[in-house]
Write a protein that binds this ligand. Structure first.
Ligand code: MG
Length: 349
């Protein structure tokens, strides 16, 4: 489909792949479009002989402040892990902890630095209790503020496990601890659900890592229902489309807080960094470290220092792919778990 097309016509190519198709806007299709789009930006920047962020308008800041994940089974261990992250230079940390009475909890890791939530050949089954969870989170934040003080940003991901009024209540409970944000508090298929949360709490709200297009967040942005938009260069149509989302967000005082788990490869992370550096309304970037094996397959110019990621000065994205090395790691199927309430009812993951 792309053979013979002009690689310089990035915006036209995006329109061809999206508007030109009858079925459009789903996460799989938009991720495919993103792959083409990011590759074309890489090619163009390489031809220009400059790092991509320069082509996108140049740097708006010194680097991208990132948040890491402190995610252990108990509050005590999570706080200990958060202290370790702070000592590594992080200025923002997402706190997740196991919920007493539940065998496993979203975001809680066995391998602390390299948490991979897609962990089984077929989906594992987990169990969930909203009341138990709602009791745990304020205790976690109280303990973290006690240990870490106030010169560090603390974040929390729900994710999608509360209804709007429960989310409003949790937002209220966390207000004394000044969280940077409450993430994915409720599913956003119904964007107006965020009105309920908004009317009950001043805790900043972030959502959107599963959004595939601007249409998934139009109302959230236009009505000022969120503070951070988490859509990514990889799942939301590439740099071309994410710039459009960020521009609309900027009109409504919403900053980016792009998802950055390991479903972003080092290539996608590079794209996220060039994008984030170049826009006026960057907020924060999630950063889950890749393993040494992954980094070896994708040698890259981007790097972490003093709590920030910078894309580096290599032309293009600044990432190579070692295909020989990659061939030593054959595809291994891995699913995210599924989640049920304690009585067996299927629930949100
Ligand atoms: Mg999330």
């Amino acid at each position: 489909m792309l053979t013979g097309k002009d690689a310089h016509r990035i915006a036209e190519m995006w329109q061809f792949l999206n508007r030109g198709a009858y079925w459009r806007g789903g996460p799989v299709g938009m991720t495919g479009i993103a792959a083409v789009d990011v590759a074309l930006w890489d090619i163009k920047a390489k031809m220009a002989g400059m790092p991509l962020y320069q082509l996108l308008g140049g740097a708006c800041r010194d680097g991208l402040t990132v948040y890491g994940h402190a995610n252990v089974a108990t509050i005590e261990d999570t706080v200990r892990e958060a202290v370790r992250y702070r000592d590594l230079g992080y200025r923002a940390i997402r706190l997740q902890s196991g919920v007493p009475g539940l065998a496993s909890t979203y975001g809680v890791s066995k391998d602390k630095m390299f948490y991979e939530p897609a962990d089984a050949d077929l989906p594992r089954e987990t169990r969930w209790s909203t009341p138990r969870y709602l009791r745990m989170v304020p205790e976690l934040f109280a303990a973290a503020r006690e240990a870490l003080g106030w010169d560090i940003e603390l974040l929390h991901d729900v994710p999608h496990r509360l209804n709007p009024i429960e989310a409003g209540a949790l937002g209220q409970d966390l207000e004394p601890y000044r969280p940077f944000w409450l993430e994915d508090a409720t599913p956003a298929e119904n964007q107006s659900a965020f009105r309920t949360i908004r009317s009950h709490t001043t805790t900043p709200l972030a959502v959107g890592e599963i959004f595939a297009s601007i249409w998934a967040c139009k109302q959230l942005l236009e009505e000022g229902l969120i503070d951070f938009i988490r859509a990514t260069v990889v799942h939301a149509g590439g740099i071309t489309h994410l710039r459009r989302i960020a521009s609309l967000a900027d009109l409504h005082n919403v900053r980016t807080g792009c998802h950055g788990a390991t479903d972003l490869s080092p290539v996608s992370m590079a794209a996220a960094l060039h994008f984030g550096l170049s826009i006026p309304n960057f907020g924060i970037q999630e950063y889950m470290r890749h393993t040494a094996e992954t980094d070896a397959v994708f040698p890259h110019a981007w790097g972490f220092e003093n709590g920030m990621l910078t894309p580096g000065e290599a032309p293009g994205l600044g990432v190579e792919i070692d295909e020989t090395l990659a061939s030593r790691h054959p595809y291994k199927r891995a699913y995210l778990p599924v989640n049920r309430l304690e009585d067996g009812t299927m629930f949100n993951w």
